[in-house]
Write a protein that binds this ligand. Structure first.
Ligand code: MN3
Length: 205
């Protein structure tokens, strides 16, 4: 986030729009970032405008304490703050694709301990991403007992609201893949594994 409190601004992508080709096409990235994320940023600012007492709050703080938000605007603030946070996380969690893309070091060890092997983890995570009904995300998170776990969220709900630490995520809203993959979510997930930024993920440990 360029500014992590009101007024929020769109975070530039950490790579070019075509950086994820051929796995994720530049047109999808351009619309996803310039249009979808921008409208969450604009609508979050709109929802917060009338509440000066919230203007120094970070996006994480807004999302971690929904009950501290004014009831009349809680849904709008949570939905749009979630949209901004989730997209920033998803975008920075990708990079140019490479073959045999896999975690290394401590993160690789922890995935092996939690899931048996990287392949077993990939299968389980893919199943979770396929099972999201409608719009949402699948996540690898660290749970409140400090264990790695797979989770999913509907719409723009976000794991930090529930006290989890996100490690990786995939956006499975149709806007994330429809231009290239049409309705074939499984092929999109397959392509996405090539562009996961495992270095970035390891920093969240
Ligand atoms: Mn999206």
């Amino acid at each position: 986030m360029s500014e992590n409190s009101y007024k929020f601004e769109i975070t530039p992508l950490p790579y070019d729009y075509n950086a994820l080709e051929p796995y994720i096409d530049s047109e999808t990235m351009r619309i996803h970032h310039n249009k979808h994320l921008q409208s969450y940023v604009d609508n979050l600012n709109k929802a917060l405008e009338a509440y000066p007492s919230l203007h120094n709050r970070s996006i994480e703080d807004l999302l971690r304490r929904p009950l501290a938000l004014p009831k009349a605007s809680r849904v709008a603030i949570m939905r749009n703050a979630g949209g901004v946070y989730n997209h920033d996380f998803f975008f920075k969690n990708m990079r140019s694709g490479s073959d045999n893309n896999a975690p290394e070091g401590q993160l690789a060890d922890q995935i092996n301990i939690a899931f048996g092997s990287f392949e077993a983890f990939q299968q389980k995570f893919t199943d979770a991403a396929m099972s999201v009904f409608g719009s949402g995300y699948a996540w690898l998170i660290r749970d409140r007992k400090n264990k790695l776990a797979i989770s999913y969220s509907a719409n723009q709900e976000t794991p930090i609201t529930f006290g989890y630490i996100p490690i990786i995520s995939i956006d499975v809203w149709e806007h994330a893949y429809y231009l290239k993959h049409k309705n074939r979510r499984a092929e999109y997930i397959d392509d996405w594994w090539n562009v996961v930024n495992w270095q970035q993920a390891a920093e969240s440990l």
